[in-house]
Write a protein that binds this ligand. Sequence first.
Ligand SMILES: [Zn+2]
Ligand SMILES: [Zn+2]
Length: 297
Amino acid sequence: MTGKILLYYKFQPIADPDAVRLWQRDLCESLGLTGRILISPHGINGTVGGDIQACKTYARKTKEYFRGIEFKWSEGSADDFPKLSVKARDEIVAFGAPDELEVDERGVVGGGTHLTPEQVNELVEKRSDVVFFDGRNAREAEIGRFKGAVVPDVETTHDFIAEIESGKYDWMKDKPVVAYCTGGIRCEILTPLMKNRGFEEVYQIDGGIVRYGEKYGNSGLWEGSLYVFDKRMHTEFGAPGDPDFVQLGHCVHCDAPTNQFYNCANEPECRHQYLSCEDCRQAKPYCADCATAQISG
Ligand SMILES: [Zn+2]
Ligand SMILES: [Zn+2]
């Protein structure tokens, strides 16, 4: 059986998220799809996997309600997800700003201007003061980011509002700022929050790093690996061994170059993901904090 994974999001007003939740759950169950779907009054965000025909049916039926929704198809199957989870929440990405986000039939209101990957490069050629602003958590940026990007000190999307209100980034308020994230959904929410706080010229990349990397690989303005939220934990653009690829991450124990994250073995007390080389992972499967505590304890 050939399987596929669908990734998608769509911002549009949903009057009754709970009704949409029930419909989506029934639809997935009837097609044997598994994965995660979040629905809020502002839209839907999901990743589901299963048989290719089931995925096609799911996409067609979902489009009837979410008009214009784009599905990103990738390799995989229902086996990549242990179960089906369909939830209704205040937000489809937890920024802690459900009342600030405004959405109409065309999408998010007051967000950053969308740029194609080509337009990103044109903007950088035209303007010398473009600032790339990482819209992910700081850990993701350790192994890959746009060249010269500003990486905010955030552990989760919940930290962004305090961070952009801290004053640390006021110097970029009158500069062209290109916010970016993995597939674009986080910047749909982050960019209006930035504009509401005085950032005057804010852009976001259509399709995020994924689309930019598909277009330019390692020969554009992107550098390093892309953090991904599945068991691989990272992926690279371009062919294996591409001489233009730059390894940005370092082992927390010995500083050797690596782009491999691991979960600290001291679970569930410690939930850190940390970068490690293979040798150090074998010798001490702990994050830097826990490894220090073990030695001194
Ligand atoms: Zn090491
Ligand atoms: Zn730890």
